[in-house]
Design a protein around this ligand. Structure first.
Ligand SMILES: Nc1ncnc2c1ncn2[C@@H]1O[C@H](COP(=O)(O)OP(=O)(O)O)[C@@H](O)[C@H]1O
Ligand SMILES: [Mg+2]
Length: 251
């Protein structure tokens, strides 16, 4: 049996009358890349927020490395969050800081590295996502795609055990998509780290996913390797993978 990095156990979430998750359970395998797919509004981002304690379930439990985090106090969550990188869907950089300062933030806050060491690591990490010589620029001076990649660099700079990526390649061109997909794989290979990737980009999912979980109407309706998912007899999975408007998914 593979080791489990995190586990959602019978998680339910609702907003007012709207049920977003109903007794949802999912294991995130340690050292693997798990991709989460599903329609807009299915609850994919919510799964990432549950995994680093930004969101608490209304019922059910969330475990990270065997520790239940859904009941931890905010200040006890901080040390867990330091082991988890989060690449937000919208890069969430500080406009008043340069790109270099933004990417350096996790190191300044949580390590005792010297300014020189930090500068070196910042430029190496930016290079690894295809961004050279942008340290002194401000977010407003870069394209949306470049800002997104800078957010990605910030998420991985402190070599976290796990990185959560919310739509890392949405809106980016195929070349950058390829670079980022490879970066996700390299990080996992180098650190034996875990990644959870919310993505709509089937090409990059097929390239990187060890496991794919499909979320539909509040539950995980399919889980397995890419091959297993492609062979799934479930018509909802097939419709989603084929991007067809014909099928059981209400449009
Ligand atoms: N703070 C909130 N208040 C009310 N509804 C919310 C809130 N956050 C998320 N939702 C709803 O929960 C559902 C799941 O959201 P989300 O996890 O962002 O979906 P996805 O990332 O799959 O598009 C959506 O229908 C969304 O409208
Ligand atoms: Mg989302």
């Amino acid at each position: 049996m593979p080791e489990v990095w995190a586990r959602l156990e019978d998680v339910s979430i609702r907003y007012g009358p709207k049920v977003v998750m109903q007794n949802l359970s999912l294991d995130i395998v340690d050292g693997a890349i798990t991709c989460i797919i599903g329609l807009s509004g299915a609850g994919k981002s919510t799964i990432l927020r549950l995994l680093n304690g930004l969101k608490r379930p209304d019922a059910g439990r969330v475990f990270v490395r065997g520790q239940e985090i859904s009941t931890l106090r905010e200040r006890d969550l901080i040390s867990i969050r330091q082991t988890i990188g989060f690449s937000f869907q919208f890069a969430a950089l500080f406009d008043s800081l340069t790109i270099g300062e933004n990417v350096a933030l996790p190191l300044r806050e949580h390590t005792k590295m010297s300014g020189e060491e930090i500068d070196k690591l910042v430029s190496e990490t930016l290079e690894s996502v295809g961004l050279g010589n942008v340290e002194s620029r401000y977010p407003s001076e870069l394209s949306g795609g470049m800002v997104k990649r800078a957010g990605f660099a910030r998420a991985v700079i402190s070599n976290p055990q796990c990185v959560l990526y919310d739509e890392p390649t949405t809106g980016l061109d195929p070349i950058i998509t390829h670079i980022l997909t490879n970066t996700i794989k390299k990080l996992r290979d180098r650190l034996n780290g875990t990644a959870v990737v919310v993505s709509h980009d089937l090409g990059s999912i097929y390239m990187m996913a060890d496991y794919v979980a499909m979320l539909f109407e509040g539950a995980i309706i399919a889980y397995g390797t890419v091959d297993e998912l492609r062979r799934s007899p479930n018509p909802i999975v097939q419709q989603f993978l084929q991007g067809s408007e014909v099928g059981p998914i209400p449009i």
